[in-house]
Design a protein around this ligand. Structure first.
Ligand code: MF3
Ligand code: CO
Ligand code: CO
Length: 267
């Protein structure tokens, strides 16, 4: 497993794709409300991506039938858009991956549909904060295990669990490449990070146990105990002193915990 160091030009390409994905995700936040279907989200993401000159990466990826992943409530990841109508109180992760000029950008967030329970709010907030803490660990010389340790330490301390079965990943001219980025781990262990490495961090955090099962459709991963699950994802590049979040958003997401958090600090 060799981890490539991207050139400045390659990073610029991934940044462009990442910013397109981020903008599409912002607009998904604007459209969310009770009564729309996950198919409506798929249609929007597909058309918005094409309008920007991009290609929706999920479509036909290893046979995935749609242009975006929509994961509701106990769905951990890889939910397939369809006729399901979003209900007041649902939480939904929307995972947008855009290909632009041959480069991939990958980002996701968990949104609130209408008014959600305190439990739903808790798991979503813990997930978003765990990703922020992980991002703060990233710099040249840090270890991959520092990322997993930050997520696991925080999430478990908040009475949540961290999914093991899916990991973050290197990204560039391919969707998924080395390294695998575990969301659990031990500080000071694993691959040493170098400036120019590009990968995603995308913790899936459950209210109950961390075990998942994949449904008969071969894609939809759900919590084994039926508990709620949240996920956030950014694509980042390692620098000498820290990292750049290539999928950084130009404004907070509507219908999200992030929006409420930003409002509290006047953002
Ligand atoms: N976007 C997902 C990730 O973060 C991968 C989705 S693969 C698909 O890695 F085929 F389900 F789209
Ligand atoms: Co990803
Ligand atoms: Co993704």
């Amino acid at each position: 497993m060799t981890v490539s160091i991207k050139t400045v030009r390659e990073v610029a390409g991934i940044r462009a794709a990442s910013q397109m994905a981020a903008e599409t995700l912002i607009l998904v936040g604007d459209m969310l409300r009770p009564g729309i279907t996950t198919e409506d989200i798929n249609t929007f993401v597909h058309e918005d991506t094409l309008k920007r000159g991009g290609i929706p990466a999920p479509l036909n990826y290893h046979g995935f039938p749609k242009s975006v992943c929509t994961s509701v409530n106990e769905v951990v990841c890889h939910g397939i858009p369809g006729p399901r109508v979003l209900q007041n109180g649902d939480i939904i992760n929307v995972d947008v991956t855009t290909i632009f000029e041959g480069f991939f950008g990958d980002t996701s967030a968990t949104f609130f549909v209408g008014e959600v329970s305190d439990e739903a709010r808790h798991v979503t907030e813990v997930c978003r904060k765990s990703l922020d803490l992980a991002i703060q660990e990233v710099r040249e010389g840090a270890k991959l295990g520092d990322i997993g340790a930050a997520i696991q330490g925080y999430a478990q301390g908040q009475n949540c669990s961290v999914v093991r079965a899916f990991v973050g990943h290197g990204i560039g001219r391919t969707f998924h490449e080395a390294p695998q980025v575990s969301h659990v781990g031990k500080r000071g262990t694993g691959l040493r990070l170098k400036a120019g490495m590009v990968f995603t961090i995308e913790p899936m955090i459950n209210l109950g146990g961390y075990e998942v099962e994949v449904l008969a459709d071969k894609w939809t991963a759900v919590t084994l105990d039926g508990s709620l699950s949240a996920q956030f994802e950014h694509t980042i590049v390692v620098t000498k002193t820290g990292c750049e979040v290539l999928t950084k958003r130009s404004r907070p997401l509507k219908n999200s915990e992030e929006h409420l958090a930003a409002a509290l600090i006047g953002g």
